[in-house]
Design a protein around this ligand. Structure first.
Ligand SMILES: [Zn+2]
Length: 667
């Protein structure tokens, strides 16, 4: 008889007297979970696409950049500075950001190293090693490391250090320490945080108004990015100066009252977790609740759309919350990072629901299927993607797919799938937790016992997840998250079948060596309504949201050549003769196709492993508006015309030209 029971959330461990509250659970170190099945294809494509050629594509990744040539000072850059073309036209206005170092190199390395460890991609591995060795070599006696040029940027209070890019680097350096155990890396981090703690008050993250460049001001917006790393390094070194720094950075953020949550799309994605980051220092759950409240309040207004997105096409804007508004690609992977962190503090299942929503639906749509291009803004309703202006906060090219064009996103995107796989398995003091569901294999040890879980599944396209367990040192508890949408699933283990029976949270199974444990989740096509956005509806099947299957037209817009002579095509994608229908809610939506994933990627219209059919009617007067953007979803029921249409729907992530939110009739 198998021991199977249920818990609403993962139980917290006892406090260990380390001066900091331990997390409820911790993600497994980089490389402990490897992708399998369709997910492996996404890793391979992502590592082989434009991302691994950024050193030849990106202006910022050139050999002379300040993370590699860290000795070069601002004065040296200033002497040789001349106006140079900027990434989006115009000219670089600032000598040190033009040539040297800021977020781009740090963003890139963070994704590149994670992809390199997981895929073994040799090109990425080789370049990453250069960056790590340069950073280690750059360590100064006062603890500072990295570009000399970032040590003294201009501000109204004189020269100040810009330490935020280092916070991004600190994130990947902890991975480096996990993978290599290189003590120099830990010393580098500890020394740098001591350097930050020792800065005079006026030089540590001054108020935003005192910077001369917008890049420098970002360190105010994102000053708490480093807290999870600081706490982690503290747990390894016990250096209390780090807790002092954590307090100071947190205080800086609290002082920034006007924009504590932030209208900016990426700032918000990061700040979701900022309040909660205080919890390890105090043990006061009010900090966690504040983060949850901030997120819910924000999403109640701006997140009234599927795919985990929120309407902030750079910034949230008054009255612009229709699902035609976009979300920046950077924000998706940053949000997954925040959700993963919140999961560690809370042991709650909802954070994996949120991560899956973004990564199974919206993220694949932000790239071409071959990962040879991406765009800046992804929206649920976006039937025309091109280089022209749309009704977005940012003007100019925002939706054309390109390997060259989107400064931050093209450097930052590499961490998305690695961050997501980090949300797959966590460990507790005595158990293994299966959170975000995906085909993968996890190896670790819990409570001194080795355990391997091979997860065979086509999830989210199929809802059966099979765990093959190896536990040679004795059984371990396996907690399997029950997705929030499950309607009547069951767990099969040891010859027993236990109904999930509307339970929420986690099912706990004692997993012994050789066990095969099967989670069979159940979902039917369902309709979700968004009252704030004219009561528009989307169609879901479990974790997937669906889009109308348009006939896509791919139009080459420009061919660009990188430094190595490789050619990269910019693509516009448009729906051919698009219909803009209302969904007939009186007609049952049916699953018309479901098959195993066999292609390199399931995220194209033709390789979609699931299709639905629904009935709809052409809406009178809905289409592309005068502002070159699909019109907001009209109120329901709209005026319709013509005979009923048979609508074919495929997963949202399969469509680049897409329509996923509809008005409805007969509802
Ligand atoms: Zn970006």
């Amino acid at each position: 008889m198998k021991q199977i029971d249920f818990v609403k959330k993962i139980p917290a461990p006892p406090r260990d007297g380390a001066g900091i509250v331990p997390p409820v659970m911790t993600p497994l170190p980089l490389g402990s979970v490897m992708p399998d099945g369709w997910l492996r294809g996404q890793f391979t494509l992502s590592a082989d696409g434009f991302f691994s050629h950024m050193d030849d594509i990106s202006y910022f990744m050139q050999e002379g950049n300040g993370w590699l040539k860290w000795q070069k000072t601002a004065d040296e850059y200033r002497k040789e500075w001349k106006p140079v073309p900027y990434w989006n036209g115009g000219y670089m206005e600032e000598y040190h950001y033009a040539r040297s170092a800021w977020e781009e190199q740090a963003y890139w390395l963070r994704g590149a190293y994670r992809l390199a460890v997981i895929t073994g991609n040799e090109r990425l591995t080789r370049i990453c090693e250069d960056y790590f060795e340069a950073m280690l070599a750059s360590r100064r006696p006062d603890g500072y490391f990295g570009p000399e040029v970032l040590r003294e940027i201009d501000s109204d209070v004189g020269k100040i250090p810009d330490i935020w890019p280092h916070f991004v680097m600190a994130d990947v350096l902890t991975d480096r320490y996990d993978v290599t155990g290189d003590r120099r890396v830990l010393d580098l981090l500890n020394g740098f945080f001591r350097f930050c703690d020792g800065l005079p008050e006026e030089k540590l993250i001054p108020p935003r108004s005192e910077y001369w460049q917008w890049q420098g001001a970002i360190q105010m917006d994102r000053c708490c990015d480093a807290l999870p790393v600081i706490h982690r390094v503290y747990r390894l070194t016990g250096d209390r100066a780090l807790l002092s720094l954590s307090e100071k950075l947190y205080k800086k953020w609290r002082e920034d009252k006007s924009v504590r949550v932030n209208r900016h799309v990426v700032n918000f994605a990061e700040r979701i977790r900022y309040a909660a980051q205080r919890y390890p220092l105090t043990g006061d759950r009010a900090a966690i609740n504040e983060s949850k409240r901030m997120l819910r309040r924000h999403m109640l207004k701006w997140g009234q759309m599927p795919g985990g997105l929120w309407a902030a096409d750079e910034n949230t804007r008054r009255g612009k919350h229709d699902p035609r508004q976009g979300t920046e690609t950077c924000a998706m992977s940053e949000a997954v990072k925040s959700f993963t962190y919140m999961a560690t503090l809370t042991g709650e299942s909802e954070w994996a629901d949120r991560s899956e929503d973004l990564m199974f639906n919206s993220y694949p749509a932000s790239h071409t299927p071959d990962y040879k291009g991406l765009h800046y803004l992804t929206a649920d309703n976006q039937p025309e993607l091109d280089g022209s202006d749309h009704d977005y906060d940012n003007k100019g090219m925002m939706t054309r797919y390109s390997a060259f064009a989107y400064r931050c996103c093209q450097h930052n995107t590499g961490m998305a799938w690695p961050n997501f796989i980090t949300s797959s398995f966590y460990k507790t003091a005595d158990g293994l937790v299966s959170m975000s569901l995906m085909p993968c294999a996890a190896s670790t040890e819990v409570g001194g016992r080795r355990v391997t879980a091979d997860v065979a599944t086509d999830y989210p396209f199929d809802l059966t997840v099979t765990y093959k367990i190896k536990a040679p040192d004795g059984p371990v508890p396996l907690y399997i998250r029950i997705p929030s949408w499950d309607g009547g699933g069951a767990i099969e283990a040891g010859g027993e079948t236990v109904s999930l029976d509307g339970k929420r949270g986690f099912v706990r199974v004692t997993a012994a060596d050789g066990d095969v444990i099967r989670a069979v989740f159940k979902a039917e096509p369902s309709v979700r309504r968004f009252p704030l956005n004219n009561d528009c509806v989307c169609v879901d099947l479990g974790p997937l949201t669906f889009s109308l299957k348009y006939d896509e037209e791919w139009i080459p817009a420009e061919v660009r050549t990188d430094e190595a002579g490789l050619e990269w095509t910019d693509w516009d994608v448009k729906a051919k003769d698009p219909v803009f229908p209302a969904l007939d809610l009186s007609e049952k939506i049916k699953i018309s196709k479901r098959r195993p994933v066999t292609e390199d990627t399931p995220f194209t219209p033709d390789s979609a492993p699931v299709e639905l059919t629904a009935r709809g009617y052409r809406v009178d007067g809905w289409g592309i508006g005068d502002d070159n953007t699909v019109m907001p979803v009209p109120p329901s029921p709209p005026a319709v015309k013509g005979a009923p249409l048979k609508l074919t729907l495929v997963p949202l992530g399969c469509m680049r030209a897409r329509l996923s939110c509809f008005p409805h009739v007969n509802g």
